[in-house]
Design a protein around this ligand. Sequence first.
Ligand code: CU
Length: 333
Amino acid sequence: MPVVRKNIVTDQSSRDDYVHGVGLLKQEASQFTTADFDIPGPTAPVHTYDLFVIWHGLTMTTPVPPGGNPYARNAAHRGPIFLPWHRVMLTVLEANLQRVLGKAGFALPYWDWSADGDLGSPTGAAIWTPVYMGGQGTPIADGPFAFDPADPTSFTVRIESDLSGMLAQTDRGLNRDFARAWPAGWPTLPTSADVKGALAFTPPGGNPVDRYDTLAFNASSKGFRNRLEGFIPQSPTQPVHLHNQVHLWVGGDMAPATSPNDPVFFLHHCNVDRIWEGWMNRYGRLYAPDMTAPAAIYQGERIDDRIVSPLGAGDTPRGVMDISAIYAYDVLP
Ligand SMILES: [Cu+2]
């Protein structure tokens, strides 16, 4: 039976379970230590939640293909693997939440940021109230993820990326800094018209698969993936859109390579995944490139290339094209 992912703002029980489950994964020891990931400093245990932070952070310095430039294309971003990679990550998190909650029916909720974008991106929207994710601050001062130095069970950021993008240890509260001006942040959230525009976007070219992604399969390619990821339309005055725009609008810990530090990361990516699912529902389960693409240039982006995870599970883009046996969304855009 697939679980049904719902809007966190209108589904109080998924909010309660999500907050509770994140707290449990933050406290649970994994089989790893910081030394296993070459993170400098004294060897410290890595908790299950922080494995997701490390997994994501390491992709930023992992070039695709091996030996390439990670700033041009990395193991999870700036290429067609972006959507399947994050889909795999969400299903691994969802399975871990189901496990610690003891609730096989738990479904990861999503944050429909376009609804807030339509209202002018209020910093006091429901999602940022203490009942949901808490508000902004350095560190944030309210909500379930507020830091209390006197309480060892309060939400603590333990791994961050330093200025060069390398992982480092820390011990502090979670930071958010909404709606800063570019390039420190971004002043608005995407709107539902932006989402509709991405869904309707048709790149030039006769091959239907080009709708998903196109040569050279990077941050400059035309296609739905790059549109949703947020690198097109390319414009020097407005270089940030959709997925990227939300990271920048939230700011603080949502901006760097270790953005899964903020639990809102998964709610954001669940909505990105929902938009992808809405796109596939319209146009078919299309993916590019296939295995005829040369490994020397595209290994790590092709349909049967494996997405590897320190959490044991992994999958290929082909393996997550149809997720109807695992989960569904209550509403598709
Ligand atoms: Cu990411």
